[in-house]
Design a protein around this ligand. Sequence first.
Ligand code: ZN
Length: 319
Amino acid sequence: MRHASSPPDERRGARPPGVPRTLATRTLTRCGSCGGHKLRALPLRYEYRGQAFPLVECRTCGLRFLSVQPTGASLARLYTASYFEQDFRCGRSRTSYFAEDAFRDENRNLLESFERLVPRGRLLEVGCAGGWLLKQATERGWQAKGVELSADAVGHALSLGLDVVRGELAEAGFPPSSFDLVYLGDVLEHVPDCHALVAEVARVLRRGGHLYLRGPITTHSLARSLALGLYRHLPGGIVLREPPYHLWEFTPRSLQALLRTVGFEVLRLEQSKIPPGPPHGEKTPLQRLAMGMIDALNVPLTRAFQVWGDRIVVVARKA
Ligand SMILES: [Zn+2]
């Protein structure tokens, strides 16, 4: 699963077929990473179909997460084919996931990074979407398997002849030490239980095996950090009128803390910043101008000093 700006029909308030008007939700009173119960409200919330999904922060480990989260079938139904067909790169690309050429170079670079860690061996991609990475991995000699929650995406992967299981990782029932490398690309922020997922990843990896993780750390960027500080003192807070896809908002600190709790040793952690582009969500002209200027300053700062990134790559080893 990858992040999407909301599809146009969602933005207009129409609902895709089969999606109930109200999402089934659960309320979290403890941190999903360390279990801590000291949480503080942050001035940001998603509003979607009349429901509010507020962001909180754990005072112990720093994990930020939605204290109300869509759950079960309501969560799975957010990821219909339209999610993969529409833009799913935060409003910055109009490429459909199902266009193979759009991902060939990116996936080749990724597989070359994997091959610098491990000889071509047993690869698992959790949240493999329609399977383009697995297809390319198989062609390069990896024994590649995938797990994916979206029925539409699994159908696409199976049509390519790939070994993909529909459901959550735990449901796939892989024996311990089944894999040499597990890849999570823009996935961990979407899953209902981030701690359970990384624990299960550690279980299915062999000792000394690698986790390669990529994803957003959006609220860690300079503009978002400043906005969270500023809106603490303003009424209303920041409202994102789109589906609550990101249940967990990691920072480098909270992500490392989570991985360590399940026995990973973090080998490499690299931040990057998406260059200024079309704004994500509804913004006033003044907000767009301010964000564009701050983002333009943010890009070289992240490159030079590894601060205020909004994307992260983590390589970790099972100790
Ligand atoms: Zn915590």
